[in-house]
Each structure stands twice: as C-alpha cells, then as structure tokens.
Write a protein that binds this ligand. Structure first.
Ligand code: ZN
Length: 182
C-alpha cells in the first residue's frame, strides 16, 4: 500500500500573525488548531507530515522581490512556523516521517527535492493544507497534478486573503486538478 503525506504549506509567523510581514491574518489564524489535529492524525497513522516553507534571502532577482514586502527571510523569526503548529513541529521534528524544507517559489516542487523524497518513499497520495489557497497551495497542486500525484484538499485547512480567491481555487482543485475536497 502506498503511503500518504500531509503537506502543510507556509504556515509561518510572517504569513499568519497579526504583525507578520505578509499576513493572511484572521482566516489563517483560524486554521491553527485543525492543522495541529490533522498533523497528529497523519503522524499517528504512520503517514508523513511535510512542511514546505517559504524561505527567501532578500535576493532582488527573485520574482517575488517586486511583488511583496520582504517576508519569510531564512533564519529570521518571521519564517518560523506559527503558534501551536510550531510547538507540534518542535516536538516531532526528529521523526523520520516529519520533514521541513525551504522553498523559494510558490510551488513546493520547484527547485526542491520534494518529488524525489516522495518517490523514494512510495508516497503518491498528497493532502495539501496551509497557505495561501490560491497562491502556494494552488501552484503546489498544479505541480503535483502534472507529476501524477493524487490530491486531497481538506477545505477547512486552507486559507487565503479573499473569499473569491478561496472559492475559485477550491473549484479549480476539484474541477481541473481532479482533487478530492473533504
Ligand atoms: Zn514568498
């Protein structure tokens, strides 16, 4: 049987906290408890919990440099996971089924070893949670779709800046990427 992985994307201080550098604010803060519950559920079932985390160096050649204020700078407090999820990660990060890595594009597959990591472990079933539904979760879902992964989106565990963005992305996951919405 193939293993499953939960990807919790970009749930960082900068993306979630009221004073985060590029914050989704309240819609993101609402996910805190259910993300911890979901991480626990996967971990207890023997599945994987993966944290692809936006991480920038302030490089002016990054495409995000002109689009957003500086955010999720590698090694700064703003890039740390937020709240209870950080606690959960700190308690479980020594496990070989918990994996955090930095990414410098929206998609968790771009410029990273994620595809290789998943294939080595025979994981083909991905649950995508975190932020932002219509930016990094969306681009990660598109990459995963193109690489033939099965996708599930727990709709209560993704958030973004606008209601329209949320709804559009959920429709796209289902109708165009074949994802199961739960
Ligand atoms: Zn970024």
């Amino acid at each position: 049987m193939m293993a499953k992985a939960l990807l919790i994307i970009d749930y960082t201080y900068d993306s979630v906290a009221d004073d985060g550098a590029l914050t989704c604010g309240k819609p993101a803060q609402k996910l805190e408890n259910s993300l911890v519950e979901l991480a626990d559920k996967f971990y207890r079932a023997g599945d994987y919990v993966i944290f692809p985390t936006d991480g920038h160096t302030g490089d002016k050649f990054s495409p995000e440099y002109k689009l957003y204020p500086r955010h999720n700078i590698v090694g700064m407090p703003g890039q740390l996971l937020y709240g209870e999820l950080k606690e959960w990660y700190d308690q479980h990060c020594d496990s070989d089924r918990v994996y955090q890595f930095n990414k410098n594009r929206y998609s968790a597959f771009q410029n990273t070893n994620l595809d290789n990591y998943l294939r080595e472990r025979k994981i083909d079933d991905l649950w995508l949670a975190g932020l932002c539904t219509d930016i990094c979760v969306l681009h990660t879902a598109i990459s995963a779709y193109n690489l033939n992964y099965h996708l599930t989106i727990p709709t209560k565990d993704v958030a973004t800046f606008t209601k329209n963005g949320q709804q559009w992305a959920l429709d796209h996951f289902k109708n165009s990427l074949g994802a199961t919405l739960v």
